[in-house]
Design a protein around this ligand. Structure first.
Ligand SMILES: [Zn+2]
Length: 190
């Protein structure tokens, strides 16, 4: 469940502010294929059929559209507002392509139920991400779906901390930077 939620957040975070400039990780079809293989923990080559043009190009267009729809839906969810019907339709359109089969994998020290996408159409490859977004909205307190408080960063995250007061995408980067700025401010005002 947790990793599924991260899948939707992960797609949103492929578009981000980096040092004040917009950076898009998904610029070419190959970027999407490798992002999918990593995000869904698939072996390289799993999405090989998608590397063929025009399927690859089409899937990239669909993924960018899905990213926009999920972003809108999460913003609305956070604000407690009804989402735009076209964003909801966009998500449902991808969900409708979901074709999942299950496979029990048992090894000496590890067992898990693996979900495999068996859709024939490329859109089926995006269905796990659409499902992750739907489950995120159903199962998470809207106030805990946030964007980094740094003006230099736009990353999304789900606050799973106990107190629920997390502000930064990561303490190691944005949190520390903010702390350093506060510290400098204090020194300058002395
Ligand atoms: Zn950040």
């Amino acid at each position: 469940m947790e990793s599924r939620a991260n899948l939707a957040i992960g797609l949103l975070n492929t578009l981000r502010l980096q040092d004040g400039a917009v950076f898009d990780q998904l610029r070419a079809p190959a970027d999407l294929v490798s992002w999918l293989e990593t995000g869904l923990s698939r072996a390289p080559g799993w999405a090989a059929p998608l590397r063929e043009p025009p399927a690859a190009r089409m899937l990239l267009t669909e993924a960018l559209r899905l990213r926009g729809d999920i972003s809108h839906l999460l913003e609305a969810h956070r604000a407690g507002e009804a989402p735009a019907p076209q964003a909801l339709y966009g998500l449902n359109r991808v969900l409708a392509e979901s074709r999942v089969s299950l496979w029990l994998r048992m090894e000496a020290d590890d067992a898990s139920l693996v979900e495999l996408e068996v859709g024939e159409r490329p859109l089926a490859y995006l269905a796990p991400i659409a499902r992750a977004a739907a489950e995120l909205m159903l199962g998470t307190d809207p106030a805990r779906v946030r964007r980094c408080a740094s003006g230099q960063c736009s990353l999304w995250f789900v606050d799973t901390s106990k107190g629920g007061r997390r502000k930064w995408c990561s303490m190691a980067t944005c949190g520390n930077r903010a702390k350093a700025v506060r510290h400098r401010g204090r020194l300058e005002s002395v």
